[in-house]
Design a protein around this ligand. Sequence first.
Ligand code: HEM
Length: 301
Amino acid sequence: MALTAAEVRRRALAPFTDKAGTFAPLKAATFALLAAPGVWLGWAYTTDNLGGFPLKALLNETGLWGIRFIVLTLAVTPLRRTLQWPKLVTLRRMIGIAAFVYSAVHLWIYVPYMAYDLGRIGSEIVLRLYLLVGTLAVLAMVPLTVTSTDMMVKRLGGARWRRLHQLVYAVGILAMLHFYLLLAKLQTPEAQILAGLLIWLLAYRLLYAWRGTMPTPWLVILSVGAAILTMAAEAAFYGISSAGRIPVSAVLGANFSLESGIRPAWVILALGLGVTLVGWVRLKISPPKERRRGPQLEAAD
Ligand code: HEM
């Protein structure tokens, strides 16, 4: 069916407007922020500003932005609920699509990176676990992206659509596993911070699905628990990657001294408690008017 000129215009302006077609500054700013790394990478690549191994830099950068945006997509619902900021939901689709685009480009760059040798690419994917789980993550994002339109929500029906979109949790776990299996990369605190955030966000879902609510004391317990798990994951990583040469006690000890900087577990604790505090203040200033919809209806949120 051919699209009318008005429909083409509406779709082209969708990242900048609300459903009524009015300019939406929050959406427009989010769109600009999501597109900025891509624009910068495109510019740096075409002007030879990506260092000695531009394709490798492009591969790593698109992967990093892919996982950052996957985690951000998962953060939308907990933030919307905790901060009582319903408008955030209008950004979720855009962030999810950006996560898919960066991850798909990351996979696509792997092809020239492997000198277009499709046979070798296939065998690498099958034989290397980190590539296999990464590929499964990208594949799982395809149905989520294809069904992200309003028309597909209507066609599938709310309950089925939400059930399908629970796949996003698997995407988060698979993508993080891909990142974690690249053991050498995890020396960067960002990997541990992203893993800690994922733990917080998935545990939030489990608790909310169980009780259908998330009172402030639970958010505090969740943040402390996620920080402890982040610390444990960091100790396990260093223990495994150094084949036991770095003892667990040394990593745990580093978390209680500033010698090796602020450790990821403290970042998770600070972020979790920060969101909890802002949510608590919002709750005191303006208690919610609308009753919660319940865990069933928000299953895939
Ligand atoms: C949702 C899917 C994926 C995400 C979020 C993702 C994310 C990442 C991240 C964060 C890195 C590390 C970048 C760095 O620290 O510099 C990375 C590296 C890499 N990824 Fe992915 N990735 C995904 C899927 C894939 C797929 C499907 C492939 C190929 C089949 C792939 C191939 C690679 C390769 C070759 C590296 C570099 C490994 C190295 O430096 O030795 N990724 N990816």
